[in-house]
Write a protein that binds this ligand. Structure first.
Ligand SMILES: NCc1[nH]cc(CCC(=O)O)c1CC(=O)O
Length: 286
């Protein structure tokens, strides 16, 4: 049996795809795999901010079409880049164990800011801008696009004083940040994007691939994925709506923090089975 994986070509997308292939091989050593790469609209139009070229869907539309036509068996995505609605007949069948979900400020070696300093941060994310401005009121922001390596290069070239990245990205790429200064933020300082650091695997419903992927999926991460994704669904978030969400499982319960980007936060905890009620309650409060 052979499964074809669809992914974007960026180094991060490729690294994440290999992680999924490793999970499959560990459980099903006899399963053959092949990678099919795609260049999406989001990869071709690197000069414009995401919300101007069609939002999150720009990275997935072509890949979803390949799933629907049967050209590939599963697709590997960064869950936080998934649009609210998936293509017809498709589902997220599984997820990898969540990586380091924290956002981090990366600056050049020896450069550390405090909240009195005026400095320019490269990030196109309204969520990161809003959250960061609360920590550093004098920060200014400037758009940045391109993959993680490109962003670090732009920082080294002096285009920005700092950039904000998710820690999971550089960790999965195996990039050393020893030539930079790094400050990681806990969720209560800078609330991550819903599903940040979760790798999601999309399949056609009821396909053989869906069955295999659901068997290797990481259960706890799937619960957090469903919960945080419900936040996006209820708030209708795309990249123009700066929603943050972070959930954690503690025994039989799940805790959740949500923010709407206007400085409103809501936090709560419920039994895991009542996770969607919890989301409804907290998003209603915002
Ligand atoms: N929007 C780009 C993107 N999509 C996923 C990640 C890596 C972290 C993740 O898996 O959420 C990144 C880079 C970043 O935000 O720094």
């Amino acid at each position: 049996m052979k499964l074809r994986a669809g992914t974007r070509k960026s180094p991060l997308a490729m690294a994440q795809t290999y992680m999924v292939l490793d999970m499959i091989k560990a459980a099903f050593p006899e399963c053959d795999t092949e990678i099919v790469t795609f260049t999406t609209k989001g990869d071709r139009q690197l000069d414009r901010p995401l919300d101007k070229i069609g939002g999150k869907g720009v990275f997935v539309t072509e890949i979803e079409q390949a799933l629907q036509s049967g050209e590939i068996d599963f697709a590997v995505h960064s869950a936080k880049d998934l649009p609210v609605t998936l293509g017809e007949g498709l589902e997220i069948s599984g997820v990898c164990p969540r990586g380091n979900y924290r956002d981090m400020l990366v600056t050049k070696k020896g450069v550390v800011f405090n909240d009195c300093d005026v400095f320019t941060v490269g990030t196109g994310s309204q969520r990161r801008r809003g959250g960061f401005a609360r920590l550093y009121p004098n920060a200014k922001f400037s758009d940045i696009r391109g993959n993680v390596g490109t962003r670090l290069k732009k920082l080294s070239d002096g285009l920005y004083d700092g950039i904000i990245l998710c820690a999971a990205g550089t960790e999965r790429l195996g990039l050393s940040l020893s030539e930079y200064e790094v400050k990681e933020f806990e969720p209560w300082e800078l609330l991550p994007a819903p599903c940040q650091a979760i790798i999601a695997v999309e399949c056609a419903k009821e396909s053989k691939a869906a069955e295999i992927i659901s068997q290797v999926s990481h259960k706890e991460t799937m619960l957090r994925f469903e919960t945080e994704r419900e936040v996006i669904r209820l708030l209708g978030a795309d990249c123009t709506v700066p929603v943050g969400a972070y959930s954690e499982i503690n025994g039989e319960k799940i805790s959740l923090t949500v923010s709407d980007g206007k400085g409103h936060f809501a936090q709560g905890e419920k039994e895991i089975e009542k996770r969607f009620e919890l989301v409804k309650e907290l998003t209603d409060k915002l």
